[in-house]
Design a protein around this ligand. Structure first.
Ligand SMILES: *[C@@H]1O[C@H](CO)[C@@H](O)[C@H](O)[C@H]1NC(C)=O
Ligand SMILES: *[C@@H]1O[C@H](CO)[C@@H](O)[C@H](O)[C@H]1NC(C)=O
Ligand SMILES: *[C@@H]1O[C@H](CO)[C@@H](O)[C@H](O)[C@H]1NC(C)=O
Ligand SMILES: *[C@@H]1O[C@H](CO)[C@@H](O)[C@H](O)[C@H]1NC(C)=O
Ligand SMILES: *[C@@H]1O[C@H](CO)[C@@H](O)[C@H](O)[C@H]1NC(C)=O
Ligand SMILES: *[C@@H]1O[C@H](CO)[C@@H](O)[C@H](O)[C@H]1NC(C)=O
Length: 425
């Protein structure tokens, strides 16, 4: 009898324990488990983390004016700028039946690799996915007498490259540079040589007449309501890829200092880990780090390149940025999507914060933005699309054609105003 009661007690106890455990497993489904990958015969511990956007929000829904542009900043945007950065609808094209001719002066062939071939072998239609297609591209000098717009690739221009005279009265001359004011010219040259010549600017900056940013953040029409999974290494949290080991902004000094406090895997020519090259071939090895050091080669407003848009965002890694001002990053990137070295007194403090985010799981908050935002790569590297010629065509269709002349280019493009000293200067 006594034995029976004890047995029944044990049974109830065990059954309760099993049910509780079952309920715990079902209700608090553990979110982490540990797949393993093998790299160079070494076992690399990874974690898989499901981020579930059906669960309640951790943050408020963003406002329509999430960039926080001032009236003046908004006022400086071209019509195309408003479409790209305020997501306004395009107006009716002024002359939809007109075929616009775009002449790429002298360097068309040179930049084809990026803008037509996306650093691959095949040639793509530059107006693929473009909102307009009534444009044609030409490299022929003779088209100077007919072209609606001429693109001058400032970075490669030499003084003697300029045409002797202009084409038709309404012809628009646009200067293109994808580099920061710190590196405007590849050759010895001076901006003052070009004063009074150009009508439109074509740069990564929002306030360009033809904005051609490396990447772009847009607000989703309907918030994401889905799950996505990140697979990240547990042993090393931070990576950087680099082949240009210089940079007057001392980014590599920062990396060295950071390495004293946290492991940083350095891929490419500036480190010990090998990975395929610049723009042509992607480096999948960096996909599996939770953080990526998106350190630009110069610290200029809005100068944010593939280091961030591709090497970090495209790979679902959290970018740690060095480059533009804090205001600049806030205007361009989704809120709470990155860390900025300017927010830490010393590299050591950044390392501490990275460890904290990893150990507590708070890094998950840095993926919340994906509910509301989407980031796009638009610069031709790693076979992503290049939108340069599409943007020119759109600008021709949408922008106002009032007379505009850059009499003093430094009023728009200035090292002393737009670029800033190194982190430890
Ligand atoms: C995501 O969360 C929702 C609501 O909590 C839940 O119904 C759904 O099963 C979850 N999905 C995954 C894959 O965890
Ligand atoms: C905004 O623009 C107006 C007119 O161009 C100028 O007077 C004013 O100083 C500008 N404000 C700021 C904050 O730049
Ligand atoms: C460019 O030319 C202007 C005017 O001639 C001069 O003041 C300036 O110092 C030059 N800049 C450079 C970088 O040589
Ligand atoms: C990151 O956090 C995980 C989970 O807490 C831990 O196992 C791992 O060791 C941490 N990684 C580093 C490099 O500290
Ligand atoms: C473009 O600039 C030239 C040279 O300054 C000028 O003569 C012309 O009127 C400008 N055209 C437009 C459409 O702004
Ligand atoms: C860029 O210009 C800024 C401002 O003049 C200067 O402090 C910085 O050292 C320059 N950086 C590079 C990489 O040339």
């Amino acid at each position: 009898m006594a034995v029976g009661i004890t047995n029944r007690r044990w049974f109830i106890l065990l059954a309760t324990a099993a049910t509780t455990m079952f309920l715990v497993m079902v209700i608090y489904k553990p979110k982490y488990y540990e797949p393993i990958i093998i790299e160079n015969n070494k076992i690399v511990p990874m974690y898989e983390n499901v981020i579930n956007f059906s669960e309640p929000r951790m943050s408020k829904k963003p406002l329509q004016n999430w960039r926080g542009l001032t009236k003046n900043q908004t006022h400086r945007l071209s019509v195309l700028g408003r479409i790209l950065f305020l997501q306004e609808d395009p107006p009716q094209p002024a002359k939809p039946d007109h075929k616009y001719q775009i002449l790429v002066w002298k360097y068309g062939k040179t930049i084809e690799n990026r803008h037509l071939k996306r650093f691959g072998k095949e040639e793509f239609d530059p107006f693929e996915d473009c909102s307009v297609r009534n444009c044609e591209i030409t490299y022929e000098d003779a088209a100077l007498t007919t072209a609606d717009l001429v693109i001058f690739h400032l970075h490669r221009m030499k003084k003697e490259d300029l045409p002797k005279k202009r084409g038709p009265k309404e012809q628009i001359w646009a200067f293109l540079t994808d580099e920061s004011p710190n590196h405007t010219f590849l050759n010895k040259n001076n901006l003052t040589n070009y004063n009074g010549l150009f009508n439109w600017s074509m740069t990564y900056r929002m306030d360009s007449d033809i904005p051609v940013p490396y990447g772009r953040t847009i607000l989703r029409q309907t918030p994401l309501d889905d799950t996505f999974t990140i697979n990240k290494r547990k042993d090393v949290l931070v990576a950087i890829l680099g082949s240009n080991c210089g940079g007057k902004n001392k980014r590599w000094d920062y990396v060295k200092e950071l390495q004293k406090h946290i492991a940083v895997d350095v891929y490419g020519g500036c480190g010990t880990l090998k990975c395929p090259g610049h723009f042509k071939t992607d480096c999948p090895a960096i996909d599996s780090y939770l953080f990526y050091l998106a350190f630009e080669n110069s610290n200029c407003d809005e100068y944010v390149t593939e280091k961030l848009w591709w090497n970090a965002f495209e790979k679902n890694s959290i970018p740690i940025v060095m480059g533009a001002t804090k205001e600049s990053y806030a205007k361009l990137l989704p809120p709470k999507s990155y860390l900025n070295i300017d927010d830490y007194a010393q590299p050591k403090d950044l390392a501490t914060h990275i460890h904290y985010l990893n150990m507590t799981g708070h890094y998950r908050e840095f993926f919340e933005w994906k509910r509301d935002f989407e980031v796009l790569n638009e610069h031709g590297y790693f076979q992503s699309k290049s939108y340069h010629y599409c943007r020119v065509c759109e600008a021709l269709n949408y922008n106002t054609k009032n007379t505009k002349i850059y009499q003093d280019l430094s009023g728009f493009w200035s090292v002393s105003r737009d670029c800033h000293p190194a982190w430890n200067a």
